[in-house]
Design a protein around this ligand. Structure first.
Ligand SMILES: Cc1cc2nc3c(=O)[nH]c(=O)nc-3n(C[C@H](O)[C@H](O)[C@H](O)COP(=O)(O)OP(=O)(O)OC[C@H]3O[C@@H](n4cnc5c(N)ncnc54)[C@H](O)[C@@H]3O)c2cc1C
Length: 303
């Protein structure tokens, strides 16, 4: 298959939802940079997505995107099909001590639904500005808890269009990692809460929100924690010790507020942001001998 075939509308199977060619990532992902998705596909429902993927040439790469809070899309764009789940995938329902969330539901929505049902244990999702699907993929977490602690099962549409509900144990969760194969799309997650006091749960969520506001550049164009915390270290301390606070390349800057965050000060390209991250890695390695590993996922083609 050639790039031209991938670009051709004829390469796409029928879809009840919408398809958009050359769709800009910079319009919606957190960094507000990056090239275009060759095709941005928004399925209407799970069956629509499954039929589409079953009929799609297996050679076409498929990439699910949430709200891009952990993503650098390179300036040359992303070949193939990018799947963005629309609002119809964002329903949240309480089932006893369980919270069933569509993969497009935001972390704050899931945490708030759990609080309203007096279910504790999901408060940390209040501080993670991504979708439930992205959180499962990344094993997102904060304050000593992560998705692996609360996930019961999740429903996935495989690259070949088969639909499977997998127990949490099948996701191979590690720190900010799942073993979900690329191209597999989480469409729904079932989380477990524990009965608690609504006021206490709400107070904890408020504390998390305030703490984040004080310590992170939440109003900036950013991608969250740039590097994973290496065993026995805090990434931000290593970056700071290497003298990188405020360091800039083009329009990209190491946040002054939190040194494990990179920000787009206005006119950054994805190349600026990635080059800055790599420069920080090199300086940290030279200063402390530690190899920082990217937490932010980088996808697409360099210009
Ligand atoms: C200000 C800020 C604070 C943050 N704080 C934290 C934190 O405390 N803890 C933490 O863990 N993270 C944090 N992050 C990072 C980010 O919010 C999480 O990684 C989040 O889970 C990503 O969700 P998303 O929907 O934005 O995914 P995206 O960034 O869109 O995608 C990330 C990965 O998930 C995959 N993905 C997305 N949706 C699906 C799906 N439906 N099915 C399968 N794969 C999918 C993508 O293909 C990609 O591989 C923060 C980010 C920001 C900007």
């Amino acid at each position: 298959m050639t790039a031209a075939d991938v670009l051709s509308p004829r390469a796409l199977p029928p879809l009840a939802g919408s398809t958009e060619p050359d769709a800009s990532f910079a319009d919606f992902i957190w960094f507000r940079t990056g090239g275009a998705a060759q095709w941005l596909v928004r399925p209407r429902d799970v069956a629509d997505l499954a039929q589409f993927l079953a009929a799609l040439d297996p050679a076409v790469p498929v990439f699910p995107v949430g709200v891009g809070s952990n993503l650098i899309v390179r300036d040359g764009g992303l070949p193939g099909v990018t799947i963005r789940l629309p609002k119809s995938f964002a329903r949240v329902a309480i089932e006893g001590v369980h919270i069933r969330a569509g993969a497009a539901a935001m972390g704050i929505t899931v945490a708030s639904a759990a609080r309203d049902a007096s279910l504790a244990g999901l408060e940390f999702l209040r501080g993670i500005p991504g979708t439930a699907g992205g959180a499962v993929r990344m094993n997102a977490g904060a304050y000593g808890r992560d998705v692996a602690d609360i996930l019961v099962e999740a429903t996935v549409v495989r690259r070949d269009g088969t639909i499977e509900t997998l127990p949490a144990g099948d996701f191979g969760f590690r720190y900010r990692h799942s073993a979900l194969p690329p191209g597999d799309i989480v469409v729904e997650a079932l989380f477990r809460g524990t009965p608690g006091d609504k006021a206490v749960i709400g107070a904890e969520m408020d504390r998390i929100a305030a703490e984040r506001e004080a310590s992170q550049p939440l109003r900036s164009r950013t991608g969250g924690s740039t590097f994973k915390n290496p065993m026995g270290h805090k990434a931000w301390q290593l970056v700071d010790a290497a003298g990188c606070r405020g360091l800039t390349i083009g329009g990209a800057q190491v946040s002054e507020k939190h040194t494990n965050f990179l920000i787009n000060t206005g006119d950054a390209t994805s190349a600026d942001i990635e080059a800055l991250g790599d420069e920080v890695r090199a300086r940290v390695k030279a200063q402390s001998g530690v190899d920082l590993e990217w937490e932010i996922e980088r996808v697409g083609v360099k210009l």
